[in-house]
Design a protein around this ligand. Structure first.
Ligand SMILES: Nc1nc2c(ncn2[C@@H]2O[C@H](COP(=O)(O)OP(=O)(O)O)[C@@H](O)[C@H]2O)c(=O)[nH]1
Ligand SMILES: [Mg+2]
Length: 419
């Protein structure tokens, strides 16, 4: 068997990164590049950690610990600087170790070593990509409980279960999955509304600092500015847009047109729209074209400038905009209520992290298929596939370079930041 290596910790700068090496020559490769801190009396022993240094010839790369699992499987725990990780990966590649993306590495080795079922394997891959702690908990809960438990129950009791019961449960799981996805992968909230309503002021308040330019001149925000804020259990990206005034579209300059187009694109990708209106103005500020674009989205109407006289008539708002919250972005009042309303609108306020949900497209697709089955044989096939089917290959780019190319991108960022 060839020898492979992969970075199995999250990408980017961290305290510690782990590079796992599996294959026939794993031990001999480590012996070539690792010098233990103390001279060893015996050979390396399985189940032990060794402190030492990794060298490329005479050049020291890093102080590390080596986890010696068995002759075919070792882990290098190095410092989490992406350059160090890249240097070790390059060194291993030169020693004929094939670098793999994390997903492919797990796909190749974990089933052999630990007899994991597919959902467990998917959980290992997905958990490092979750962007919130709650997201990682949701995924972890699907391994022995949640989704796995439900599926195993179906499989065991298929004879006595009614197909409609399974189908109903599938619908519930798929429905909850929409919410779980927001917690696992993040939520985008576009701040839309007429110019001068206070969108940029609101973003700055949420971000806790000046991100967007605020002026009384209409159309100040040309492009979009965003900030990721933590509203537990969500990490929510608020996107301040250039406004969506009809009047801007036909006659203004090219830059305005481009920024309007970008704003429309952002709208279509949003999970939530915060429609900011000026409470101090009449209903005429509401743009019908914008309402038409967002009518299928979850909308929270933010009535801003509550510190001024309230001119807008709340009870005359169109039904689409009935879910309102009143704030003064300038004074920072009403923001806690706004956060609460955001969690309610996204159904994440009382989400049970233990409940069965899907966390991969493969699982979602199979559950959708399950809803349309006609016989128990078909059900049996899909349920078995859910537990033991193979994971589709995720990355299309040349996988050998994934670990290294990500580091290169970061390098560029660092250089740009320095300038
Ligand atoms: N009185 C009052 N003025 C506000 C409030 N929020 C924003 N403004 C003012 O309204 C103007 C437009 O705000 P801005 O955030 O740039 O609006 P945008 O065009 O929607 O991004 C600025 O002069 C802000 O200071 C508020 O809550 N109360
Ligand atoms: Mg603005």
């Amino acid at each position: 068997m060839k020898t492979y290596a992969a970075v199995i910790t999250g990408q980017g700068t961290g305290a510690i990164s782990t590079i796992q090496i599996c294959g026939n020559s794993a031990l001999s490769v480590i012996k070539k590049i690792f010098k233990p801190a103390r001279k060893l009396k015996n050979n390396l022993k399985t189940g032990h950690f060794y402190l030492g240094k990794i060298y490329d010839g005479k050049n020291l790369i890093d102080q590390v610990t080596i986890g010696y699992e068995n002759t075919d499987s070792l882990a290098i725990n190095c410092h989490g600087n992406p350059f160090i990780v890249a240097d070790i990966m390059k060194l291993l590649t030169r020693l004929n170790v094939k670098p793999l993306a994390y997903e492919d590495f797990l796909n190749k080795f974990l089933p052999l070593q630990n007899k994991l079922n597919t959902i467990e394997l998917e959980a290992k891959i997905a958990r490092i990509k979750a962007i919130t702690v709650e997201g990682t908990k949701i995924i972890a809960n699907q391994i022995t409980k949640g989704l796995s438990k439900t599926i195993q129950y179906w499989l065991k009791n298929l004879d006595s279960l009614n197909l409609d019961e399974i189908k109903n449960e599938c619908r519930k799981i798929l429905d909850r999955t929409k919410t779980a996805k927001l917690i696992i992968a993040g939520c985008k909230a576009v701040i839309a509304g007429p110019q001068n309503a206070g969108k940029s002021t609101l973003l700055n308040q949420l971000a806790g600092k000046q991100k967007s330019i605020v002026t009384h001149i209409e159309g100040t925000t040309r492009d979009w500015v965003s900030a990721v804020c933590r509203i537990n259990p969500l990490a929510i990206e608020f996107i301040d847009t250039a406004g969506f005034a009809k009047s801007l579209e036909p006659q203004k300059n090219e830059l305005d047109k481009i920024s309007q187009k970008k704003s429309w694109n952002l709208l279509s990708r949003a999970h939530l729209i915060l429609l900011v209106l000026d409470y101090n103005k009449s209903q005429t500020q509401i743009d019908k074209q914008l309402l038409d674009k967002i009518k299928t989205k979850t909308i929270l109407t933010v009535l801003n400038k509550s510190d001024l006289p309230k001119t807008l008539q709340k009870n005359k708002l169109p039904p689409l905009l009935k879910n309102t919250v009143t704030i003064s972005a300038k004074n920072g009042t009403g923001l806690e209520k706004l956060k609460q309303k955001i969690l309610q609108a996204t159904a994440t306020d009382d989400f049970n992290l233990h409940t069965a949900v899907c966390f991969t497209n493969r699982q979602e697709n199979l559950l959708r298929k399950l809803i349309n089955i006609k016989s128990k044989e078909q059900a049996n096939q899909i349920i078995t596939d859910l537990l033991n089917g193979s994971i589709p290959v995720i990355a299309k780019e040349p996988k050998a370079t994934v670990a290294i190319s990500n580091v290169t991108t970061q390098k560029q960022h660092i250089f740009l930041g320095d300038l």
